[in-house]
Design a protein around this ligand. Structure first.
Ligand code: NDP
Ligand code: 2IT
Length: 444
């Protein structure tokens, strides 16, 4: 039996060398549930810890595809089927040049607890490729997606593993992946979520992660009798999650001061309003341009190569990628008056930054705050099984309820005097359901 978090982490690190993001995600979960485990020794006696950090299955495969010049390119494809104790594996696909085994294992590990928090029956998985979609033609994206699915199809299924989008995978990619799955198997199944609305998709799935993060923030603010009205909000990223977080903040009367991409940040002192946001959506989703073009079009500041965290704000919603905020950024944000940090992205704060925020201000960890996306994916699966479609209002109301429920779970297991430790609350709640299911199902 492990005597300390450090001793357990020595085991994890020795067994998974070089997978830094995975170590980071595991350490966060294990340290925040450690005291709970000491009071609930049956989890330790049944060795749930070693079992829960070992993926049930890891699949890697070659993806060969032809570019527009006719040259054959090779990428690596992955699917991590981490835990199926409470439902079929469920989680997104990421296409980004940085993708490697350690990053996908961190994402799949987080997904186990996130999916558990949603209250829906979904296990944890993640996948993707080191394919870089930047600058690729539509035809090249399709060629890659078809080749990727030509191998992935044999490992997934509507009751086995249901992938969706993540960085670099949106509606266009899900369409090409679904088309290839259907062609190979001759089956029209709910085997992917984030599908187009005319062929099995759910209303509100594109909006769900961003909206859900803002609903979660509203719940956190509410514990202090605060709300979004007239609050200055920093958003990073300008993809799916960022766009709909911005849309909801604007609807609730907040002022969105920034958005960004990997090249830099736009700082709009007047606030990005609905008209400007729809310009950005067209830029990113249709023209596939850079955020700098927004600064040129609307004559606002462009901070080349910078992140938004030096700008004074009340609320920060990072929606780009992991470890985009370090301890210095966190100190600056707190010093500048930030009262609430909501993780739209997965693990956007490094460990030191997350700890600082969690001690000092309202801190919504990703596995709770961004669970709205996968929650509505779960609702898409339900609609597919029933062969019906719910209205936007119905799905949005269910999403709002789910985010409130996740907030309640964080309060239940994270209350510490008059303070709520959301990291502890989310991890303990997420863990109990999965660990109990593993115990029920025996030594598998
Ligand atoms: P998109 O691909 O739609 O957008 C990603 C955005 O983040 C882009 O603006 C991109 O800029 C920026 N970005 C990506 N990587 C980096 C990097 N290494 N450095 C700086 N900027 C970067 O992805 P999503 O909006 O779907 O995902 C954003 C985050 O939200 C991720 O952490 C994802 O895991 C998480 N998430 C997504 C969910 C979903 O349903 N889509 C659900 C829950 C969490 P550029 O174009 O220059 O690369
Ligand atoms: O990180 C995430 O939760 C996602 N990318 C969404 C996963 C999903 O299955 O909708």
């Amino acid at each position: 039996m492990y005597k300390s978090v450090d001793q357990f982490m020595d085991y994890v690190i020795a067994k998974n060398p070089g997978e830094n993001e995975f170590h980071q995600a595991v350490r966060e979960v294990i340290s925040s549930i450690w005291n709970f485990l000491q009071d609930n020794q049956h989890y330790l006696h049944n060795n749930i810890l070693e079992r829960i950090v070992e993926p049930e299955r890891v699949i890697t495969f070659r993806v060969s595809w032809r570019d527009d010049q006719g040259k054959i390119n090779v990428n690596r494809g992955f699917r991590i089927q981490f835990n199926s104790a409470i439902g079929p594996y469920k989680g997104g696909l990421r296409f980004h040049s940085s993708v490697n085994l350690g990053i996908l294992k961190f994402l799949a590990f987080e997904q186990i607890f996130k999916n558990s928090l949603t209250t829906l029956p979904m296990g944890g998985g993640k996948g993707g490729s080191d394919f870089d979609p930047k600058g690729k033609s539509d035809n090249e994206i399709m060629s890659f997606c078809q080749s990727f699915m030509s191998e992935l199809y044999r490992h997934i299924g509507s009751n086995t593993d249901i992938p969706a989008g993540d960085i670099g995978v949106g509606g266009r990619e899900i369409g090409y992946l679904f088309g290839q799955y259907k062609k190979i198997t001759n089956r029209f199944l709910g085997v992917l979520t984030g599908k187009g609305i005319n062929w099995g998709g759910s209303l509100i799935r594109p909006e769900a992660t961003g909206y859900g993060a803002v609903y979660f923030a509203q719940e956190m603010l509410n514990t202090k009798k605060l709300n979004f009205s007239n609050k200055k909000v920093l958003i990073s990223g300008s993809g799916n999650v960022a766009q709909y977080a911005a849309e909801k903040v604007i609807q609730l009367g907040g002022k969105v001061l920034s958005m960004s991409d990997s090249s830099g940040t736009v700082y709009d002192k007047d606030g990005i309003d609905n008209k400007k946001l729809s310009w950005i959506m067209n830029l990113k989703n249709v023209k596939r341009g850079r955020i700098k073009e927004f600064a040129q079009e609307y004559n606002v500041d462009y901070l080349e190569g910078e992140k938004p965290w030096g700008i004074k704000c009340d609320i920060a919603i990072p929606c780009a990628t992991q470890n985009e905020i370090d301890e210095d950024d966190a100190s600056t944000l707190i010093k500048n008056g930030c009262i609430c940090m909501v993780e739209g992205a997965n693990m956007p704060n490094n460990s030191d930054a997350a700890e600082l925020f969690n001690d000092k201000i309202l801190f919504g960890p990703g596995k709770a705050a961004n669970a709205g996306g996968v929650a509505v994916s779960g609702l898409e699966m339900s609609q597919n099984s029933m062969r019906i479609n719910w209205s936007s209002q119905e799905v949005d109301a269910k999403l709002n309820d789910i985010m409130k429920n996740i907030h309640n779970q964080c309060v239940e297991h994270g209350r510490n005097g008059d303070r709520i430790d959301y990291i502890q609350g989310a991890n303990i709640s997420g863990f109990i359901k999965v660990a109990d299911a593993m115990l029920d199902q025996g030594c598998v």
